[in-house]
Structures are given as structure tokens and as C-alpha cells.
Ligand binder design. Structure first.
Ligand code: SAH
Length: 346
């Protein structure tokens, strides 16, 4: 996880640890304790510019004004009736990404993007329609959380990597961001979830980091045939191989995997699908999270009725599977799962 020192010079300050910030202030000819102050003002107070750090000497502050902290610009903000807030953030190169803040009684969850766009092209997902533009840098991921935290004026409690992008295709930066969100922003690793559609070999590689964070795998189908219809990359990564890699993950980390399963009416929500799914995950330290499909305009899949969802849950429970249903949030702001796209309002 260490960054080469030549690389540090060109990277913004956001995303750096207290030790790295301390080294940086010392390079600027300042005493080491200014590193701790810098850390506090960046991560706890959430300053957007170094010139705002009033505990720093005036002269130095003036010099710091030109240093890039790495915060993005708020481009657009919309609030859903349920209080979910969608943000479009403009990055330093003009690219736009989406972030969602999801408040509940006790929590504030941030749904973060890991890439600008996504190359996976899952046919039920709006993000995939535009392809991949680029990976996000570590500071661009951390910035999303600080933006939501300061907008809500409340500490973020949970993070889900379920915004735009496929996190395991940008695993190095996602890993550094998880470190920073945990150690710098102060969010417990167990309150962080990384969601992946599955990239051959990457779940295994992720396991080797032994994180306490949760791994969620987007399964969405109970057999290879249906999965291939929904997820083009499934052709190169058979369900059997994906499940084997998940099993390895459980063995290496000792942590259970969450399987995400979008329910699409008639397509994958029949009792036989629930039984097929149960047969895959039985005896697996896992948990199934059902996601009733959120409509996007490009495809005409249907969200199942609440009764069909409940019937699916009942069969899974009868089959001994731990299951929950994800509550839909942010639907009117087009901020729900799978509805994020950068093309709107650019
Ligand atoms: N690329 C990662 C993370 C981004 S998507 C992944 O595939 O897991 C986060 C979750 O939202 C995934 O489970 C994804 O399949 C789901 N999702 C995508 N489009 C959706 C839609 N239209 N309705 C409901 N969930 C959707």
C-alpha cells in the first residue's frame, strides 16, 4: 500500500496518512506537529483549501493557497423525497461522477463511485451504458465521503462501493481509499462494503489483504444461462468459477460474503430460481441481499410485485438461506442502485 515518494510529490494531499502528511510539512520546512494539525483540518474539519487552516502561520497559509488539496467541485445536488441526496461532482479534469448520501434514523451511508463510468456493460444498469472513461484516484474516492459528511453536517457511518464503476478493476486505489477512510476519516472497516460483479482472480487477490470490510458479489442469477444474458462478462467467468473464488475468499479471510441478487420479474424471480440459488450458497458462509430492480429507460425489465419478492424470500428461508431485501432509496432522484449515469446534466 506504500506510495513511491516520487509519486507523492505530484499527488494531492487528500488520501495521505498522518505520517505522510507529517513528512510533507517537514519538507515544507515546518515542524512535525503541523502534520497532525493538517490531518485534523483535512479529515475532521473538512477544509476545501489549505488557506482555510487558521492555526497555520499567515505567511505559510498564503503560500499554501496554490497547493492542490484534491477536493472536487459540487456540480449538481438533488434531494429525493425520502431524504436521499444525489451529488454530481466535477473532478479536476472536468469528468463528472455521482455519489449518493443515504440517511436513515441511525446511519448515514455514502454510496461511492470507483470509476468514471464502467466497462462491465451489465444490461440492467444505467452506468454501463456509457462505458468506462477512467479509474478514480484515491483522493477522488475519499473526497466523495467528505463531501457528503459536510453537506449533511453529520458523521458518515457506512460506505458502500456501489456507485459508478467496478471497484475490483481499480483495486489498488480502492484499497488505498479504504485505508484512508478507515484510518483518516475514522470509519470502521466493518462498516465498509465493496461490491463487485466478479473479475477473474481479483476476489482472490482482494482476500489477501485480510480486510474487515464486507465483500458483496453481484450474482443476479441462479444459473450460467440467465447470468450471461444480464452480465456480458459472465461468458468469460462461469458461475462455478466465481463461486469457487468466493469460497476461497471465505476460507482466507474467515468473513462471510454477501450475494446481491436483483429481482427481475419472470426472468430470475421464480421459486425454481430461489431453489437453484439456495443450492449454490448452502453451506457457504454467506448472506443473500435481494434488490428489487430499479427501472432504467434502456431496457424493459419489470420489478416484481411485493408479493413475488416475498415468495422468493420465503423459499430461500425454507432452504435455510440467510436473506434480506434491500429497501429502495432515492428512486425519484435517479439515485437508486443502477440508475447512476454521468451523462445527465453535464
Ligand atoms: N460494479 C459493482 C458495483 C456497482 S453496482 C457491482 O456490480 O457490484 C451496485 C449494485 O447495484 C450491484 O449489485 C448492481 O448489480 C446493482 N444494480 C445495477 N443496476 C441496477 C438496477 N437497475 N436496479 C437495481 N440494482 C441495480
Amino acid at each position: 500500500m506504500s506510495v513511491q515518494s516520487s509519486e507523492i510529490v505530484s499527488l494531492p494531499l487528500l488520501g495521505r496518512s498522518k505520517t505522510e502528511l507529517t513528512e510533507w510539512v517537514q519538507q515544507q520546512g515546518q515542524p512535525a506537529y503541523r502534520g497532525k494539525q493538517l490531518h485534523e483540518w483535512i479529515y475532521d474539519k473538512g477544509v476545501r483549501s489549505l488557506a482555510e487552516i487558521s492555526v497555520f502561520p499567515k505567511q505559510w497559509r498564503a503560500a499554501l493557497e496554490t497547493i492542490d488539496l484534491g477536493r472536487s467541485q459540487l456540480h449538481y445536488r438533488s434531494v429525493s423525497r425520502d431524504g436521499t441526496v444525489k451529488y454530481l461532482l466535477r473532478l479536476s479534469d472536468g469528468q463528472i461522477i455521482e455519489t449518493v448520501g443515504i440517511p436513515t434514523e441511525k446511519r448515514l451511508t455514502v454510496c461511492v463511485s470507483s470509476q468514471v463510468g464502467c466497462p462491465m456493460a451489465c444490461n440492467f444498469c444505467a452506468t454501463g451504458k456509457g462505458g468506462l472513461l477512467r479509474n478514480l484516484h484515491t483522493h477522488e474516492i475519499v473526497d466523495q465521503v467528505l463531501t457528503v459528511q459536510s453537506d449533511f453536517g453529520q458523521r458518515v457511518s457506512n460506505i458502500v462501493f456501489m456507485g459508478m464503476g467496478e471497484p475490483l478493476l481499480n483495486d489498488e486505489n480502492v484499497l488505498k481509499a479504504v485505508r484512508s477512510l478507515n484510518q483518516d476519516v475514522g470509519i470502521g472497516q466493518r462498516s465498509i462494503t465493496i461490491s463487485t460483479v466478479g473479475i477473474p482472480g481479483r476476489i482472490r487477490r482482494w482476500a489477501d489483504h485480510h480486510l474487515q470490510a464486507t465483500l458483496a458479489v453481484s450474482l443476479h442469477a441462479s444459473n450460467q444461462e440467465v447470468r450471461e444474458k444480464l452480465i456480458p462478462s459472465a461468458k468469460q467467468y462461469p458461475l462455478k468459477a466465481l463461486l469457487e473464488e468466493c469460497q476461497e475468499y471465505v476460507e482466507i479471510t474467515g468473513r462471510r460474503v454477501t450475494f446481491e441478487y436483483i429481482l427481475l420479474s419472470e426472468l430470475n424471480d421464480l421459486p425454481q430460481h430461489a431453489i437453484e440459488l439456495a443450492n449454490h450458497v448452502r453451506g457457504f458462509q454467506s448472506h443473500v441481499n435481494l434488490i428489487p430492480y430499479n427501472p432504467i429507460k434502456e431496457v424493459d425489465y419489470k420489478r416484481p410485485s411485493p408479493k413475488r419478492v416475498q415468495d422468493f424470500v420465503t423459499v430461500l428461508k425454507q432452504e435455510g438461506v440467510a436473506v434480506s431485501v434491500r429497501q429502495t432509496r432515492g428512486l425519484e432522484a435517479d439515485a437508486a442502485c443502477g440508475q447512476l449515469r454521468a451523462s445527465t446534466l453535464r
